[in-house]
Design a protein around this ligand. Structure first.
Ligand code: NAD
Ligand code: UDP
Length: 336
């Protein structure tokens, strides 16, 4: 029996496929390659020393998805497929709702048809909206501040309703804080399309000379150095949390919710410093106005996952920056 990985060619999905293969699981990947490259799949296969069954399928294509379930015995799904750019979602809300929400509905219906009821869903700390305080626990109030966040929140609501109506489902909602890092091989990593929106890939592209300098958005926040604080979690720790969640689901039906973060925050300037150490060169940056919509601080209380899953992030900031730098310096243009 295999684990189906939707979005398995993407940044987090490709790392999940690799760790699942390393852990002895069988996998099958579907991805429409709308934000990824098939090369990621080939590299994962090479790193794992095993073939990776891959189907270029859009999860909204019910017949194609049905054929995947019809030809491979699947026991559970890790659902990473989705569009994730906040700014783009503001300009193209219908595209985001169609891809993320409708795509998930089709996936759930096809799972149900084939008797598969175990799902690990990629949610996000964005479902906490603008949190009133930090650290954030799983029972904080939920809200959405943009269409991307609304798509995640709606899918969470839909999955909660589904578990209430059909208690045999086993679902984990995993709320990621700021995934970063890469496999230590330097063969797979984050390869954003165009100019990165997120801090770490932006810094990495400055370090490698693709971008001239980083704009630090906001230096007057009420934080230790005035810049925004976030909870950066190594992608390998993050995907190991998914495997723990899957094991947990095997022991009990119902829905569980976990923050996947480190429980500590770093400021933008601390990230600039750390990356400079990893790359052995200073990261050129300038202070700029705040970016609209940004919270001053966002970091997790990750104690529920530690208590209930026996999982916590073990990879530190310097290791994360070194792994990103190995990926970026070996692949200055990503997979292209
Ligand atoms: P990514 O864009 O690298 O990966 C998503 C993958 O899904 C891509 O390979 C893309 O081609 C594929 N995809 C998108 N729509 C699809 C569709 N309709 N059918 C089939 N494949 C489709 O993004 P990522 O960073 O790996 O994120 C994975 C998941 O985690 C997403 O759901 C994202 O919203 C969520 N998440 C990411 C972050 C982050 O900072 N990276 C934070 C919180 C949550
Ligand atoms: N940030 C920045 N410059 C950039 C990108 C991000 O100063 O070019 C800051 C941003 O204001 C926030 C932190 O870096 O304080 C993390 O931003 P990112 O977009 O990576 O994640 P998110 O805001 O979604 O937590």
């Amino acid at each position: 029996m295999a684990i189906l990985i939707t979005g398995g060619a993407g940044y987090i999905g490709s790392h999940a496929v690799l760790e699942l293969l390393r852990g002895g699981f069988d996998v099958v990947v579907v991805d429409n390659l709308s934000n990824s490259h098939e090369a990621a799949i080939h590299r994962v296969a090479e790193l794992a020393g095993k073939p990776v069954p891959f189907h270029k399928v859009d999860i909204r294509d019910r017949d194609a998805l049905d054929r995947v379930f019809g030809t491979t015995p699947i026991e559970a799904v890790m659902h990473f497929a989705g569009l994730k750019a906040v700014g783009e979602s503001v300009g193209q809300p219908l595209r985001y709702y169609d891809n993320n929400i409708f795509g998930t509905i089709v996936l759930l219906e096809v799972m149900k048809k084939h008797g598969v009821r175990t799902l690990v869903f990629s949610s996000s700390a964005t479902v906490y909206g603008d949190p009133a305080s930090v650290p954030i626990t799983e029972d904080f109030p939920l809200s959405a501040v943009n269409p991307y966040g609304r798509s995640k929140l709606f899918i969470e609501d839909m999955l909660r309703d589904l578990c209430r109506a059909e208690p045999e489902w086993q679902i984990a909602l995993l709320r990621y804080f700021n995934p970063s890092g890469a496999d230590p091989s330097g063969r797979i990593g984050e390869d954003p399309n165009g100019i990165p929106n997120n801090l770490v890939p932006y810094i990495a592209q400055v370090a490698v000379g693709r971008l001239p300098e980083l704009a630090v958005y906001g230096s007057d926040y009420p934080t230790r150095d005035g810049t925004g604080v976030r909870d950066y979690i190594h992608v390998v720790d993050l995907v190991l949390g998914h495997i723990k969640a899957l094991e947990k689901l095997a022991t009990r039906p119902g829905l569980v919710t976990y923050n996947l973060g480190t429980g500590r925050g770093y400021s933008v300037l601390e990230m600039v410093e750390a990356f400079g150490r990893a790359a052995g060169r200073p990261i050129k940056h300038r202070l700029a106005p705040r970016r609209p919509g940004d919270a001053a601080e966002c970091w997790s209380d990750a104690s529920r996952a530690e208590r209930e899953l026996g999982w916590r992030a073990t990879r530190g900031l310097d290791e994360m920056c070194r792994d990103v730098w190995r990926w970026q310096s070996n692949n200055p243009k990503g997979y292209a």
